[in-house]
Design a protein around this ligand. Sequence first.
Ligand code: SF4
Length: 573
Amino acid sequence: MAKLLRINLSALSAATEDVPEAYRKFGGRGLTACILDREVPPTCDPLGAENKLIWAPGLMGGTTAPCSGRLSVGAKSPMTKGVKESNTGGAMGQKLARLGFKAVIFEGKAKEPTTVKIDKTGVSFCSAAPLAGLGCYEIIEKLRSEYGENACFGCIGPAGDMGLTAASIMFTTPDFHIRVAARGGLGAVMGSKNMKSVVVDDAGSNLLEIKDQKKLKENVSAMTKGVLGTHFLEGLRHLGTPQIVMITQTAGALPTKNFTMGQFDKAESLSGEYMEELLKKRANAETVHACMKGCIISCSNIYTDADGKFITASIEYETIALVGSNCLIGDLDMVARINRACNDAGVDTMDVGSALAVAMEGGLLPWGDAEGALKLVQEINVGTENGRMIGSGAKVTGEKLGVKRIPHVKGQALSAYDPRILKGTGVTFATSPQGADHTAGIVLPGPHHPQYSPVEPTGQAPESRFMQQWMAAVDTLGYCMMIGMTFMEEKAEKHLDLNMIGGLSAVTGETYPETYVTDLGAAVLEIERRFNKAAGLTEKDDRLPKFFTEEKFGPGQFVFDVSAEEIDSVHKQ
Ligand code: SF4
């Protein structure tokens, strides 16, 4: 049976333990929330020794279910001051699951920067002094040459060392590209523990228990067939998430000039269609790429320059919109370079992209100054005052520069969807226990609710509630959100949720009710809300910045006008 692995960095010791009953029904996001709720004082200093950093594969982690190898990284967030789960692809989730771990809990604080190594023989510790001062690309290369091709890594860059609130944790894919547990400053939590990197090698180990292999195979096959037939995945499998650029541009919801406009005159030069054509002509580039084994979608890419030299992998919609259109930067190569600089410093491209736009509004840089933006991000690595400010995200940057319009909720920058056009998504941004985030449950029009209007001020709460529950369950099961989003076409006809339930049942040997998926999501949200309440967050924190409710937007002159009563009803049922 899978175990918990508890690593004490103060004592440089580790122990495995049986999974307590209260933790058993959860994996991934739900498990990180449950451990946080039971083991971490909600009012503790997020960067103090009482906070814990938790890495948990989902309930389906390590199995053959499509796109089920995600890793949830959890802790009390230094950015939102509440619960945080940051979700990533890469190899870590699957390797931890195969080593027989339901979660790894990092506690305490090492005396000096430390690398932790986990393999089938146990846990060992060594000095991370050789990695001091390096950017994440160099750190990963050094770890790879030392620990070999079967290992995977999680590490922090200079931003995590400095405890900046937009610091992320970088993880490696099977081919050693970077995937990021980006949001909420969890890289700063890892840095506060003096844990510089973690090496995991699952060679010679497969402790996964599957009760009914035949049943799992049948469910995997049915789910794969169902989701691959959807239009949603069809576009994603060619253009990746950058396909969303022209969708939000057409809808007038593409963040432009710090959320003052919803359309960008250079959107086409940032689009997935443009990127596909560009990368097809470039050496060493890939328009489709899988960030983990068992991915059937391959929505990632490998971006190279005109000479075929690697820049970054992967460039995603959220980065393109928040670093690109929202800063009036229409040059995709420059967006890719800024993305790389963020990865190297170890920061969230979304919060830092949003901070760049806020800095432009505050007069620190001219609008559209791509070279200036790149230099500013590169300053994070050397810890200049402005570098530290940008690396702390949009809220800190806006407050420091006296900017009034800061697009954040609970201290975390909004993802790249204007909430005046997509009001259900705005309700999710406002009320998610995680702060504003697209992975918490964006609400989009689609065949699953043909009567739904995203710009209406009423009827948004039930849509947001359903999506938040659904995505919380998807993250707890360990599936990629891209699979989760296919329910818009899948749900009515082919029952994606029933295949999810059948797959889990094959793994555990237990049976679950038809409402299992949304019940699971509701239970996770309840735990997360409980932690936030105890940490001091209230309904007043469940609000969008005022400018979204006051500034008329786009040809329709929309404002975000969902009532406080409706917003507060999201978590009351
Ligand atoms: S669909 Fe995209 S994000 Fe999800 S696992 Fe595959 S490559 Fe990674």
